[in-house]
Design a protein around this ligand. Sequence first.
Ligand SMILES: NC(=O)c1ccc[n+]([C@@H]2O[C@H](COP(=O)([O-])OP(=O)(O)OC[C@H]3O[C@@H](n4cnc5c(N)ncnc54)[C@H](O)[C@@H]3O)[C@@H](O)[C@H]2O)c1
Length: 424
Amino acid sequence: MSQKARQTSPHPSPVGQASTSTRLGLGVALLGTKFMGRAHSNAWGKCAQFFELKRPPRMIVAAGRNAAETDAFAQRWGWSRASTDWREVLQDGDVDLVDVSTPNHLHAEMSIASLEAGKHVACEKPLSSTLADAKRMVLAARAAKKKGIQTFVWFNYRRCGAVALAHRLVKEGKLGRIFHVRASYLQDWGGPDTPLLWRFQSDQAGSGAHGDLNAHLIDMARFITGDEIVDVVGAIEETFIKERAIVAANTEALGASKKLKGNKASAKRSGKSTVDDAVLFLARFKHGAIASFEATRLATGNQNRNMIEINGEYGSVKFDFERMNELQWWDHTLEAKLRGWSRIMCTDASHPYGGHYWPAAHVVGYEHGFVSQAADIAAVLGGGASIVPLPDFEDALKTQCVLEAAIRSAREHRAVPIRELDKF
Ligand SMILES: NC(=O)c1ccc[n+]([C@@H]2O[C@H](COP(=O)([O-])OP(=O)(O)OC[C@H]3O[C@@H](n4cnc5c(N)ncnc54)[C@H](O)[C@@H]3O)[C@@H](O)[C@H]2O)c1
């Protein structure tokens, strides 16, 4: 069957109207079929097995660019059909929600078109590659919301049981007043041997480690504390590796990069990296906490160390993704002789998401955060509630403003208040 035939829907819904929740199941279309495409496919496929859902996902169509690869992907991950035209997918009446899992510069175009076609949207982070595009997405989301259409952003770390527990502990007042947020996301895959992927081109990625990793940290810090960053008071941005090899596998993706087309270096099979490799910044929260953030792809020896520590008046919490099932907890209300860090294995049925997977201490992995998020999205669109709050476009714009403030602070050597950036 041809790609075209496989993607044609016999019953398209009128464009611009919200798909109703009366039909059994939540029809999902996936745009982008690589790293996040796989993580999300697994999540949509598994969530109704682990969670009781009134509106279980139906995996309608996966859209990619290469016909043979997309077809094989769809078959392997359980999508009913494949397409090489994401715009046609939006006309499919069986599709209720579009999952945008493509590079950052495509988020705005794909999300806005999906919302205008009456589809709910679950978009990958960061919300977009630029603040201007993120604001356009929020305006589209506001218009769509009036028609009952909802938006979601895949800040998946909120759904690690340990991070969700930290959020609950703060909400219950167990930490009291928050003094410090100390967050760092350290990776080491971005050395000189790593080729010029789309992630190193600012017109596709927006930024480097910053939008990729600090976006997660900012979202986690906001989510756990329930507070908002009001000022970035200083920042540093560095690109250590200025030029990277162009390899055949990436030529197609890089062809989209306007800057690269005119780049003489491409003739000698290398090109300029136009993003940061590392960004560090300091910030202040509305209710007085102070914070440090560090994101880097060159922290040799740290592969995926997404870490956050929060110090409060009555206690502290620490999370390290490389030990993602655990939350470190310090209870400062205990008498001094009993104080010490305790390791909470966040897999008990009493922990957020714990009861949905395995018996206590039968640990979960990276993919379960996505499964839990897919379940929460399906629950909300089925008229229920999520287990912990889901970020929508409006919420993700707050994170995007902090990202932008840090970049301005680094480049202009000054403090940047968020109120400078959040106006429309
Ligand atoms: N939540 C997380 O922890 C997490 C982790 C990794 C990536 N991400 C985000 O997910 C998004 C995708 O990242 P990835 O790592 O999956 O990238 P990737 O390079 O592995 O995959 C990108 C996909 O987009 C497709 N694509 C690219 N240009 C396209 C176009 N013009 N039309 C249609 N499809 C196109 C590619 O074919 C590919 O299937 C990014 O926004 C990234 O920031 C999030």
